[in-house]
Design a protein around this ligand. Structure first.
Ligand code: ADP
Ligand code: MG
Length: 546
């Protein structure tokens, strides 16, 4: 091979080309442009945002708002790469409350289309108009403009034929625009939005509550099926709506949405939590609609994991999973709330270790609701109401699935070396907290699940890929969900089943490994693992029997 020694082969890319490459991440289709522009309007404090598209957005997109507007210097600055008024250092990312933050949207859009921006900070009707064509500055001049900003984007990808060809039919691109528009409109119900195209107005949404906005967008029929979800803890607040079991359908995905701190997100693991909560209430293969809004301390999530920012990593996913299961169950089943429940005779659980996940209260909690507050759980190891023969069923025999958030003071320890298997289903063992009844299948599932999770977390990326060879991976699942599913599948396949006789050694191993687990109370999908009968409640039973 002949190497050309003379010419330098490394070039610094021109700014226009660099912007086009960056645009590849942000701007793949008209809907991406709509998203960035509408988010900018929201960030600018707009109370009215109007979106117009023609040719499904391929020809023209106009977004106008009544937000704060820009002065003539900022109107031009906004098109510089990494120009943003929203963060100034990396740490700011973690305290992020606004939508945009990379300062990439306007220059990226600009590099793949023609852009006209009119903006004014003043009520006096005078503003600035800036125009760019295919990334090149054309003009800046004063113009008539109400307070706010209007951005018009024309002829997307006209300068990049490959990209233009990559766009789908008008029908598909329009569907993406509508979906994007609604994902924002549903999380800012206090903002008025319109979406229109050549044919006229598609959505005209006045300021309202979450519930009214959902009803307006999806219709009264769906609205009737929803029940409210409300949950407050020091880790997160969850509010929103979930469909009654009767509303379940085979295809519910269009009506299943999560939002966190004002943005739409996908979350396979939390989706699983909703399914788990509805577990025994639905026929196989059907799902309910849900619209669930999470509020967490911005420092507890990482929104920077994906360029289009719909997959979001939470610091405390396991704990929030369990809270979500509890919140949804309560909403659809009218199951007593944790506090009430623990105050009754029903709850004779010791405080359990759920790991550090629930130990640090961060968000201010809303004291007007009676939903559980993790850090201030009442001690629930002592029956408050005396056990009677009338309530003995609920007080002793039934595992207390709903007491999810107890935290230990003294750790649980096995006394002696006697393990008894009961009905080939439970292991009975004496502990410092009372008689412990362990469901062998659920316990082993938790143990193996934790082991696999730890193993996958440590595996290299290449090893991780090969892990999925014999496992059906759902296209939309993120890496976290896949690992969760794989670990769960393996744990269930390899664990001991109900009905399986166990030797004393095997029982000992299961109980002792369970006690090492960070969350020993529940299986990964929320099934109760064990139940404790305290000395007091045994005394009470004997006294009543006498
Ligand atoms: P980012 O939103 O990540 O900061 P953008 O490229 O989307 O980056 O916008 C750059 C800057 O332009 C923003 O930080 C903001 O100051 C300003 N800006 C953009 N759109 C608007 C708008 N509709 N109203 C007011 N200011 C805007
Ligand atoms: Mg932006």
């Amino acid at each position: 091979m002949k190497v050309n020694m003379k010419a330098n082969r490394i070039n610094i890319l021109s700014e226009a080309v660099a912007n086009q490459i960056a645009a590849g991440e942000v701007v793949k289709r008209p809907a991406n442009i709509v998203k960035e522009l509408v988010e900018n309007s929201i960030d600018a404090g707009a109370t009215q945002v109007d979106v117009y598209i023609s040719g499904a957005g391929k020809n023209t997109i106009i977004v106008s708002d009544n937000g704060c507007g820009m002065n003539s210097t900022d109107a031009l600055m906004a098109f510089e790469r990494h120009a943003t008024s929203k963060i100034s250092c990396f740490d700011d990312l973690y305290a992020l409350m606004t939508n945009g933050f990379r300062g990439e949207a306007l220059p990226s859009i600009n590099s793949v289309a023609s852009v006209t921006l009119k903006t004014s900070e003043e009520e006096d009707g005078i503003g600035t108009c800036v125009t760019f064509k295919d990334g090149r500055f054309e003009s800046q001049e004063p113009c008539a403009c109400k307070k706010g900003t209007k951005v018009q984007v024309d002829n997307i990808f006209s300068n990049i034929p490959v990209r233009r060809r990559f766009m789908k039919s008008d029908g598909i691109e329009r569907k993406h625009v509508v979906e994007t528009f609604l994902r924002i409109a549903l999380v800012y119900p206090e903002v008025a939005f319109t979406l229109s195209n050549e044919g006229g107005v598609i959505y005209d949404l006045e300021p309202s509550s979450y519930r009214q906005r959902i009803a307006k967008v999806f219709g009264k029929q769906l609205d009737k099926q929803l029940v409210p979800v409300n949950f407050t803890s020091s880790l997160c607040n969850i509010e929103g709506f979930v469909g009654r079991p009767e509303s379940a359908k085979a295809k519910a995905a269009d009506h299943q949405m999560f939002f966190v701190n004002g943005r739409f997100m996908r979350h396979g693991y939390f989706h699983k939590a909703v399914l788990t909560a509805m577990d025994r209430l639905l026929s196989a293969g059907t799902q309910v609609p849900y619209f669930l809004y999470f509020n967490v301390n911005p420092e507890d999530i990482d929104v920077n994991v994906h360029p289009t920012k719909t997959e979001i990593k939470f610091d405390n996913e396991q704990a929030i999973f369990e809270m979500l299961v509890g919140a949804v169950r309560e909403a659809v089943g009218g199951i007593p709330q944790v506090n009430d429940f623990c105050a009754s005779s029903a709850c004779i659980m010791p405080k359990m270790n759920m790991g550090n996940a629930v130990s640090m209260p961060k968000l201010p909690t809303n004291s007007s609701t009676s939903a559980p507050k993790v850090a201030s759980m009442p001690e629930c190891s002592m029956p408050v109401v005396p056990v009677t023969w009338e309530n003995i069923q609920t007080s002793v025999a039934v595992p207390q699935e709903e007491c999810l958030f107890a935290v230990p003071e003294v750790s649980l320890e096995v006394n002696g070396d006697a393990y008894i298997q009961f009905n080939a289903k439970y292991i009975i063992v004496n502990t410092n907290k009372g008689l412990m009844l362990v469901n062998q299948e659920n316990a082993h599932e938790r143990i193996l699940f934790d082991e696999y999770r730890a193993k996958y977390a440590n595996a290299s990326e290449v090893d991780q890929l090969s892990l999925f060879d014999d496992y059906e991976v759902e296209e939309n699942d993120d890496a976290e969900t896949r690992m969760f599913n794989l670990a769960l599948t393996r744990a269930r396949r390899e664990g001991v089943a109900e009905g399986q006789p166990l030797t004393s050694e095997e029982m000992k191993s299961i109980v002792n490994r369970l006690l090492e687990c960070e969350n020993m109370s529940y299986t990964p999908t929320g099934k109760r693992i064990f139940h404790l009968i305290t000395g007091d409640s045994i005394n009470e039973l004997i006294r009543l029997a006498a």
